[in-house]
Design a protein around this ligand. Structure first.
Ligand code: FAD
Length: 460
């Protein structure tokens, strides 16, 4: 018999329950990836993620070839393409990882309907995209379908049994006569960030090995150090599923210690946001918690948004992080927090504007993590401290005390030594000295911006 395995956000051979189930049930499998036309229409297929995805597909194909198989790639509407492949090969069963976002859930629904109308079956495997499936744990007795507060979720999540990771299969027999499009390649994509990381399961596993050896034990102490760049950088691999979150939890727990505990907690944040989104798909666009903010719009706000995007706000740590985003398609978590806070609370601009810009560039750009973290920072989401504002100068001095992160990304300020780089307006002096730095004056005065925000938020 023949089965189809539809790869979506699980572009890996290790710990892939759908692939293993298909191989156990059928003599031959068709590993299929459909370049989803709807994702293109939604504007989600931006250059950085298209380039990373191309790496992932090439690497998946190479891994399958080592096992006697290959990857079949098609483009179009997912349900139609899967049905076409199944009909052409006589496959009765299709295996897929359970989706989380509104788009993935609708895709799954359409696929099930289309297959069942042809007498075929869809097998959905949960806890592939997340370590614990959304909806698997719910607050006892509250009558709600998801946790809105992280700490109780984390407590409950920590007691959940996470499936043992599965080995990669040794062989993957694929029928010969199934046609595939040419694999996409990174070189075909224009507008990619210069410092974009390499995609694919092999790159992911190399990164994981290095991280377990040198980063994990020190993660608790160093994860907020902007210049130290001491986080795992596994987020793009988790987004595309070239690494399994369940495997990461197992491996971290096996290593043990405070670094591993802190890392597992972050993986739980990922599951937390996914279970919020699965229960409230509308949180991708609308406020999770309505606050009646009347965000700033108009020409001045538009000019400030452009300065924020370009990394020219005059606040060095904000500008450094925004330039890292453009250059690498990735940004340190502390940078994401403080640049997001700057946009929504200092400039008082709608979180959706910032979330869109992040999604345009982030290689790990993910509806659950991005939209819900933006909402968390904006105080429209699950955060219980909606009035907290991060001061960019204080943040810079605390998380980049020697200023190395700023000097790495804002070369105009390389002449200023140490932590003084966070306040160039003090170091620069007057007149000719000031003109030496081609760097803007602060876009807004922080105390005025804070007063404006407090006044606006005072309304709710
Ligand atoms: P590590 O510190 O090594 O953490 C390990 C993993 O835990 C990460 O890879 C990630 O999968 C998960 N994780 C860590 N922090 C969070 C968090 N706050 N929320 C959810 N998961 C987390 N993450 C994305 O994957 N995609 C996004 O689009 C995204 N947008 C964000 C937008 C804003 C405004 C903020 C504040 C955070 C956003 N994050 C997003 C979360 C976090 O910043 C990144 O996951 C992290 O910086 C990735 O780097 P890392 O892999 O080195 O993380």
């Amino acid at each position: 018999s023949v089965a189809v395995v539809l790869f979506t956000s699980d572009l890996r051979l290790h710990d892939n329950p759908s692939l293993r189930a298909a191989l156990a049930a059928a003599d031959e499998v068709i590993p299929l990836f459909v370049r989803d036309r709807r994702i293109e229409e939604l504007g989600f297929a931006v250059p950085n993620r298209r380039a990373f995805l191309a790496d992932c597909l090439r690497d998946l194909d190479a891994g399958l070839r080592e096992r006697g198989g290959r990857l079949v790639v098609r483009s179009g509407e997912v349900a139609e393409e899967v049905c076409r492949v199944a009909a052409g090969t006589g496959a009765r069963d299709v295996y897929v990882a359970g989706g989380v976002s509104g788009h993935a859930l609708r895709r799954e629904g359409r696929l099930r309907g289309a297959l069942e109308s042809q007498g075929r079956r869809l097998h959905v495997h949960d806890a592939v995209v997340t370590a614990v499936a959304p909806g698997a744990v719910t607050p006892a007795g509250s009558g709600t379908d998801h946790y809105a507060v992280f700490t109780p979720y984390f407590r409950r999540w920590s007691r959940e049994r996470i499936r043992d990771p599965l080995d990669a299969p040794r062989t993957v027999p694929v029928p010969r006569d199934v046609g595939s499009e040419a694999l996409p390649s990174r070189a075909e994509v224009s507008g990619v960030s210069e410092g974009l990381a390499e995609g694919g399961e092999r790159a992911a596993r190399r990164r994981l090995t290095a991280w377990r050896r040198t980063g994990l034990a020190r993660y608790e102490d160093r994860h907020d150090d902007l210049a130290g760049d001491a986080t795992s950088r596994l987020s793009p691999h988790l987004h595309f599923g070239t690494l399994s979150p369940a495997e990461l939890v197992h491996r971290a727990r096996a290593a043990g210690g405070p670094g591993a505990d802190a890392f597992v907690r972050q993986l739980c944040w990922r599951d937390f946001h996914h279970q919020v989104l699965a229960a409230r798909p509308s949180a991708a666009r609308t406020d999770y918690r309505t606050r009646h903010d009347r965000w700033r719009t108009g020409a001045t706000a538009a000019a400030e948004i452009e300065a924020w995007k370009a990394g020219r706000t005059g606040y060095p740590v904000v500008d450094a992080a925004m330039r890292q985003l453009r250059h690498e398609g990735w940004m340190h978590n502390r940078g994401r927090l403080l640049t997001a806070s700057f946009l929504v609370k200092t400039l008082y601009v709608d979180w959706r504007v910032g979330a869109r810009h992040f999604l345009d560039l982030l290689v790990d750009g993910d509806i659950a993590n991005n939209q819900l973290n933006w909402q968390w920072v904006a105080g429209t989401g699950t955060d219980s401290r909606p009035h907290r504002v991060l001061n960019p100068v204080v943040q810079g001095k605390r998380y980049d005390p020697d200023g190395g992160y700023v000097r790495r990304w804002v070369p105009e300020l390389r002449g200023i030594e140490g932590g003084a780089v966070h306040e160039p307006w003090r170091a620069r002096g007057r007149g000719a000295e000031r003109a030496r730095y081609d760097y803007p004056e602060p876009l807004v005065e922080l105390s005025e911006a804070l007063a404006r925000f407090k006044h606006a938020r005072g309304r709710d």
